[in-house]
Design a protein around this ligand. Structure first.
Ligand SMILES: [Zn+2]
Length: 332
């Protein structure tokens, strides 16, 4: 089943697309922008399904011939544009899958819909080829560009598309989704919602990931002891962090949430609002060892470490500087 009402949050996008269908004012081109896993493709699929559904109404019926074809990804009038090279959508990809076929009328529906995931990977030639089609699209064509970075698209492309930006979903809605739809227990759902930062797909991945649990346990073990670690233990910790190189942002997020909890607890002395409230004694330990300023310094150091990682600064050096600055600030 896929309907607009299954989309969690994203009220503005839903409203826009449903109005377009209801008032028969569907545009020829859309950009849906949002980070990885946040559900761009799901929204594009529901919209395409609704446009092609044989029954009256804004929501797709999920049972007509067209809807069944959509659900099994076999609809001849929905083209998912793929690319051969991992990091590039080439002009050949666009020619063979979009501009070379768009003049052929839809097989069965009123629309012919092109969905281009990772559209920021189109190189300039590919974008220019697509632009020609966007300038004079056939009446039945709807092109949906999905991207995590719309600014990588030519301004001339952007200006011909309706821009729909995905917004972070509230933690409350993410938690409810995990509990009701994914059957994740209460506390775990809350922790995963906090780490997903409004990204529904990421929340789902975290909730099912054993790796995330392991990273979380290792991070907590480190946080409990970092104030008493000597240099060789710090080096051992950095070695361990190398195992999580790919998930290092998750690891750093866990540390950030921990110190944010510590800051809140220091200010309020109330455990209710804390993400790590099952670790209250250890949070208390952290707050008693650090001043407000110290915790703020640590949070700043975590931000700096994240920036360094994304700028490809040496991993071991970044972690060493981070751990030293945490240690320095948890010894008042
Ligand atoms: Zn239908």
């Amino acid at each position: 089943m896929a309907e607009f009402k299954d989309i969690i949050g994203q009220e503005k996008i839903k409203e826009h697309l449903m109005n377009a269908i209801e008032q028969d004012k569907v545009s020829h081109a859309y950009i849906i922008e949002g980070e990885r896993y946040c559900g761009k493709e799901f929204i594009a699929n529901v919209f395409a399904m609704a446009l092609l559904c044989e029954k009256e109404g804004v929501e797709p019926c999920n049972s007509c011939h067209s809807c069944v074809q959509c659900l099994t990804k076999n609809h001849p009038d929905i083209i998912y544009v793929s690319h051969e090279k991992v990091n590039t959508i080439s002009v050949d990809d666009i020619r063979s899958q979009v501009t070379g076929t768009i003049a052929v009328k839809p097989y069965s529906g009123r629309y012919k819909i092109y969905i281009i995931p990772e559209s920021e990977k189109m190189n300039d030639n590919a974008q220019n080829a697509l632009l020609k089609t966007l300038e004079e699209p056939p009446e039945y064509a709807v092109i949906i560009l999905l991207t995590d970075n719309a600014s990588a698209l030519l301004p001339t492309i952007q200006s011909r598309c309706v821009m729909l930006g995905m917004k972070p979903v509230s933690d409350k809605l993410v938690k409810r989704f995990l509990m009701e739809e994914e059957k994740i227990p209460d506390y775990r759902a809350e922790v995963c919602a906090a780490f997903a930062r409004g990204n529904i797909g990421k929340a789902k991945i975290l909730a099912r990931s054993e790796e995330f649990d392991k990273i979380k346990d290792d991070a907590i073990a480190m946080l409990k002891h970092i104030h008493e670690m000597d240099i060789s233990e710090l080096a051992g910790t950095i070695k361990k962090m190398n195992e999580y190189k790919l998930e290092i942002n998750d690891f750093l997020d866990i540390l950030s949430v921990w110190y944010r909890d510590a800051l809140i607890f220091k200010a309020t002395n109330d455990a209710n609002g804390l993400i790590f409230r099952d670790q209250l004694n250890n949070i208390k330990g952290t707050t008693s060892r650090s001043t407000y300023e110290g915790i703020e310094n640590i949070l700043e150091a975590l931000d700096t470490a994240k920036k360094r990682i994304s700028a490809n600064v040496d991993f071991n050096l970044t972690m060493e500087l981070l751990l030293l600055s945490i240690k320095e600030n948890c010894d008042r």
